[in-house]
Ligand binder design. Structure first.
Ligand code: IVH
Length: 676
């Protein structure tokens, strides 16, 4: 009995941890299949041993993706999840259960693809999109309307007219439509390439990329990432039809993207046929799918079937098994990245998986290796799921060859021989020899010269050439290269020398925020650099910033703050920055960038009240004017909104409430003018 209790506790802790990494960090550590298997085991154990019940067990709730950055709104209808199954047998059970609950009635099942993105609820009034809410904990979600507006396949204004709400072709005055926000495979690979190039960690799969994108605070970033959508569920008091299928067809006429891969099935055989067809065919789709959803078509029958606490009885999800293959581990390689992080990669005996030959798999870190107790020659199961690089999901320890060697994490850097470190509480090992380790030096210079950083016109082979010739050991050395030196190198001629020197010269005009990004401080990507630059207007300010001040910057947590402080504490970095500054690189924010003229606030009369974190009140006055708005001192019926900081005056608050004037906080305001 003690064993059961321990197992229950271990499962609860593990599932909570996975929930957290899934919803908050957008980086799942296990496949959905593994997760569901663990949740099901826990559900079974809790049902068999009710004495161990706990209202806070992860079985008692759906995971929550609510974050603090967005306004939270209650869902008018709760956003439920679906019961999951991986077997055709359970589909047959669902079918007969449904038949039993609808005695003597014929029923239809609508089979649809299960799109693997992040769910969204859209509210339309009078043909206009008024609100977009994430699922959150199912009861309350985040208001991500500004971000959703940038997704082109989501209509902001519906086609057709709104008269006679109940007729097809006419949309109801008010309704809700739910669906999935997706990142197509093509946008996903492009985004990850860009992230890898700038040493930001890639998203594990399109679902996490879509969820992460929807939760960024900058609608421009969302727009750039090319999200797509499919809608699959309409709710409201006056819907156009009395079947699910007909409602979706109507929604298609109003301009929503509705999948063509939808079929009204009249018996179980048709359902199974649909499943088998799409299990293969889905691989040719531009977006990720992870299963099939089956729904009773008639809304009346749906109502009769009702819900359980967590999911409707009229629907079920059938999940496709991720394809998996078995192969042997040949060796483990340790590669050193630009920031010194050491990543283990498994070299595998080549095996065919979902149509491609797999030779390598990611092993993440030491903990992953230990968890599998990995030995060279082990027979491993590899899966491809939605991920870019396949992963090892299981190791067959029983088939282990006698006397095989256990895989151990390297103690010394494979590139420079320095002793590697694993800081307390972190999963990754790093090589601390940043200034003397070839892949780190070359990687840093590669980032420095890249298009989005300093945009200097050379490639990685040239960096290797400079490095091998002993000419360049950090970015500042590039600016010391002369025509004479270059002409002595192989493959350099007058023209290429001129081009290179010219692009070095031009890089001196590259704005401060891009220079910051070019430094390659661990954890500071393009967006992070922009945010830092907006708060610390000069490099000197940033160098003097304390851990606390840094953590006040949106999206900078304790780890990144520490990495910034560490970067500036290293004397070789300070010396390099001094040389770059002497060469004339931009080390302060261009004041005109702050001015950023737009007409986004045209016609708005705005009252400022309270204390602000990111800019002074005077700066906000200036910002309002520069964006076409008018700033006044007191609230009247002409006020469009109050820009409110901390401790807004109680009189002003009362007056604003009386007149029904909107209060906008600092973050919302900056988003409004596309400043963040
Ligand atoms: S219907 C009450 N249809 O799967 C029914 N969901 O675990 C609401 N999903 O949260 C969902 N494709 O994010 C439905 N064709 C589809 C779907 C779908 C993907 C997602 C959705 C939902 C989850 C269910």
């Amino acid at each position: 009995m003690e064993d059961v209790r321990h197992r229950i506790e271990a499962l609860r802790a593990e599932i909570e941890e996975h929930n957290r990494s899934y919803y908050d960090l957008f980086q799942p550590r296990v496949s959905d299949f593994e997760f569901d298997r663990k949740l099901k085991e826990l559900e079974r154990l809790e049902a068999e041993h009710p004495q161990f019940a706990d209202p806070n067990s992860p079985t008692q709730r759906v995971g929550s993706d609510v974050s603090e950055k967005f306004a939270q709104v209650a869902h008018q209808y709760p956003m439920l999840s679906l019961a999951n199954t991986y077997s055709e047998g359970e589909i047959a059970e669902f079918y007969s259960r449904t038949q039993k609950a609808l005695p003597g009635e014929a029923f239809e099942i609508v089979a649809e693809l299960k799109y693997d993105g992040t769910s969204i609820s859209l509210i339309y009034e009078n043909g206009q999109l008024v609100q977009a809410i994430t699922r959150g904990d199912g009861t309350r979600g985040d208001d991500v309307t500004a971000n959703v507006r940038t997704i082109r396949s989501i209509p902001l204004k519906l086609l057709g007219s709104g008269e006679n709400g109940a007729e097809s072709g006419h949309y109801p005055q008010k309704f809700e439509i739910r669906g999935e926000i997706l990142m197509p495979w093509s946008s996903f690979s492009q985004l990850n390439e860009e992230r890898l190039a700038s040493d930001e960690s890639p998203f594990a799969n399109p679902r996490n990329a879509a969820a992460g994108t929807l939760k960024t605070l900058d609608p421009q970033v969302v727009a750039d990432r090319k999200l797509d959508s499919y809608l699959y569920y309409m709710l409201g008091e006056t819907l156009p039809a009395d079947t699910h299928f007909a409602n979706l067809q109507a929604a298609r006429m109003w301009g929503f993207k509705i999948s063509d891969a939808t079929k009204v099935c009249r018996n179980l055989a048709e359902v199974i046929e649909f499943i088998n067809y799409w299990d293969v065919e889905r691989k040719n789709l531009p977006v990720a799918t992870d299963g099939i959803v089956l729904k009773v078509n008639s809304l009346r029958q749906q109502l009769n079937l009702g819900m359980t606490a967590k999911s409707p009885r009229w629907a079920i999800a059938y999940k496709f098994q991720a394809e998996s293959a078995e192969t042997r581990l040949l060796s483990v390689e340790f590669s050193v990245g630009r920031t010194g992080v050491i990543t283990p990669v498994a070299n595998l005996e080549p095996v065919l998986l979902s149509g491609t030959m797999v030779k390598r798999a990611s092993l993440y870190n030491e903990d992953a290796i230990e968890e599998f107790d990995l030995h060279i020659g082990d027979l491993c199961a590899v899966e491809k799921g939605g991920e870019i690089i396949p992963k090892i999901t299981r190791v067959n320890t029983e088939a282990r060859l006698a006397g095989s060697e256990k895989v151990r994490f390297v103690e010394f850097c494979p590139a420079c021989g320095a002793q590697v470190l694993r800081p307390e509480g972190e999963a990754a090992h790093t090589c601390p020899n940043h200034a003397g380790c070839a892949p780190q030096i070359k990687g840093s210079i590669e980032l420095f010269i890249s298009r989005k950083a300093m945009n200097i016109n050379i490639g990685s082979e040239t960096i290797t050439q400079f490095y091998d010739a002993g000419l360049v050991k950090n970015a500042a050395d590039l600016y010391d290269l002369t025509a004479d030196t270059l002409l002595r190198l192989e493959r350099w001629q007058k023209k290429s020398v001129d081009n290179f020197l010219e692009s070095l010269e031009q890089s001196k005009q590259v704005p401060y925020e891009r220079v910051l990004y070019a430094l390659g401080i661990r954890g500071v990507g393009e967006t992070g650099a922009k945010k830092l630059a907006k708060i610390f207007h000069t490099l000197d300010d940033l160098m003097q910033a304390s851990l606390e001040q840094l953590q006040d910057v949106d999206e900078v947590g304790a780890v990144i703050a520490k990495s910034i402080v560490d970067y500036f504490a290293a004397s070789e970095n300070r010396e390099m920055l001094r040389r770059l500054q002497a060469r004339g690189l931009q080390m302060a924010l261009d004041e005109s960038a702050l001015a950023q003229q737009t007409n986004l606030l045209e016609g708005h009369t705005i009252v400022i009240s309270g204390v602000f974190a990111q800019h002074s009140r005077d700066e906000y006055k200036k910002i309002i004017e520069q964006n076409g708005g008018k700033n006044t001192g007191s609230i009247s019926k002409n006020t469009t909104f109050v820009l409110a900081g901390e401790n807004m005056g109680p009189e002003k608050l009362k007056k604003a409430e009386q007149l029904g004037i909107k209060i906008v906080n600092e973050q919302e305001f900056l988003m409004m003018i596309e400043y963040v």
